[in-house]
Design a protein around this ligand. Structure first.
Ligand SMILES: NC(=O)c1ccc[n+]([C@@H]2O[C@H](COP(=O)([O-])OP(=O)(O)OC[C@H]3O[C@@H](n4cnc5c(N)ncnc54)[C@H](O)[C@@H]3O)[C@@H](O)[C@H]2O)c1
Ligand SMILES: O=C(O)C(=O)C[C@@H](O)[C@H](O)[C@H](O)COP(=O)(O)O
Ligand SMILES: [Zn+2]
Length: 362
């Protein structure tokens, strides 16, 4: 088992990474008599709910659960309210610990429920998708979507522990594994060129779920994110780098309707738009853009704008992005592979040209 710490002083917490951790009672920060509410969904429950509940019962916890509907389109206030109803019906108070068992959707909704139920209760993340293991379970961004924009209602709220059991990936559909690889590639592109090169050598093993490479990759991504979050928990500065491709990607997700393109797929295409703009600005070389595109393609990810979305469709969505300041877009761009920066003065004509460069002719 590996352990990465998120250094947030008195809110410091560990991320445990290893095989078969769902049944390892030593990684759960709970004791006999504690009350827990597990939030999961109808797909994950038959696979892992009993295993987790049994481990908690062995510790001596009182265990309840609530099942949400599966999918990005259920990352809503309504799902949040279902969690509150379950907590209230089963008389849970401020001493309850909420456990998110699932992917990023479950983690984001359950995290926001924990942040707001009775003004805040303890929260544990047990991520079961690659995307949630490398990204969403770490760092405390919690949210639900609004029909006009992704993650528009939420809070920064840190878990007390993250438990990553990498064997859960064995049941994950291939398309979801690939979507997780988009955020993995993002880390290399924004902050870690040696990791980007490592990915160029190992991406096929990751697609094939090679456990040894997965463990290394997940730990590396968690370490990169933990370092960024420790320096800038609430995105006043460098944390925005983790948003590479997301201003474009969130526009895709919202425009197509939540769940039609997976978050990771939208991030891959969005990152190519950011790369195209970086090339137009004279920073990224054509060779580097091609390397990024090839890596996404090897992970079976889209590198072009979706059919049925026009370049002009992007800007209204992009202007609602949470990074917009004083009515100005803030975009994450690449100086080189492994070095990202945030810009406030992107020329809208060039932005549109970059989107066009990633739009396939009919
Ligand atoms: N908070 C953050 O920092 C952050 C970071 C990145 C992404 N996100 C958010 O995360 C969400 C995407 O997360 P995701 O990619 O995990 O999608 P997801 O939560 O929708 O999970 C993907 C699918 O896999 C299923 N599943 C989960 N674990 C499984 C397993 N082990 N075996 C079989 N099926 C399993 C789920 O039920 C779902 O159908 C988006 O809403 C995105 O905005 C948040
Ligand atoms: O943790 C962060 O910070 C990120 O930006 C990680 C992203 O991968 C993630 O999708 C995040 O939810 C996007 O944040 P948002 O603030 O643009 O909603
Ligand atoms: Zn993301």
């Amino acid at each position: 088992m590996q352990c990465v710490n998120v250094e947030l002083k008195e809110r410091r917490y560990p991320i445990y990474i290893g095989e078969h951790l769902l049944t390892d009672s030593s990684v759960y920060p709970l004791k006999s008599g504690d009350k827990v509410m597990i939030v999961t969904n109808e797909t994950i429950a038959p696979l892992y709910l009993e295993t987790v509940a049994n481990t908690l019962k062995r510790i001596g916890c009182q265990v309840d659960h609530v099942l949400l509907k599966d999918g990005e389109k259920y990352k809503t206030l309504d799902s949040l309210n279902q969690i509150f109803t379950a907590l209230l019906q089963q008389n849970h108070g401020r001493d309850t610990t909420l456990i998110a068992l699932g992917g990023g959707v479950i983690g984001d909704v359950a995290g926001y429920a924990a942040a707001s139920y009775q003004r805040g209760i303890k929260f544990i993340q047990i991520p079961t998708t690659l995307l949630s293991q490398v990204d969403s379970s770490v760092g405390g961004k919690t949210a639900v979507n609004h029909e006009l924009g992704k993650n528009m209602i939420g809070a920064f709220y840190q878990p007390i522990t993250v438990i990553i059991d990498t064997t859960t990936l064995n049941t994950l559909p291939k398309r979801e594994v690939n979507a997780g690889l988009a955020e993995v590639i993002k880390y290399g592109a924004i902050l870690d060129y040696p990791f980007f090169e490592w990915l160029e050598r190992h991406i096929d093993n990751l697609v094939a779920l090679n456990q040894q490479d997965l463990q290394y990759c997940i730990a590396r991504c968690c370490q990169i994110k933990a370092d960024v979050v420790a320096h800038d928990e609430t995105e006043k500065g460098e944390r925005a780098l983790l948003n590479l491709g997301h201003t474009f990607g969130h526009a895709i997700e919202t425009h197509l309707g939540y769940g039609n393109w997976l978050h990771g797929e939208a991030v891959a295409a969005g990152s190519m738009m950011a790369a195209a703009l970086s090339e137009k600005l004279g920073d990224l070389t054509h060779t580097d853009v091609a390397r990024l595109e090839k890596l996404f393609a090897r992970a079976n990810l889209p590198t072009f704008s979706p059919d049925g979305m026009q370049p002009e469709d992007y800007l209204p969505h992009m202007m609602r992005d949470k990074k917009v300041l004083a009515g100005k877009l803030r975009l994450v761009l690449l100086k080189t592979l492994g070095q990202a920066y945030v810009t406030t003065d992107s020329d809208p004509t060039l932005v549109l040209e970059a989107i066009r460069a990633c739009t396939q002719a009919d």
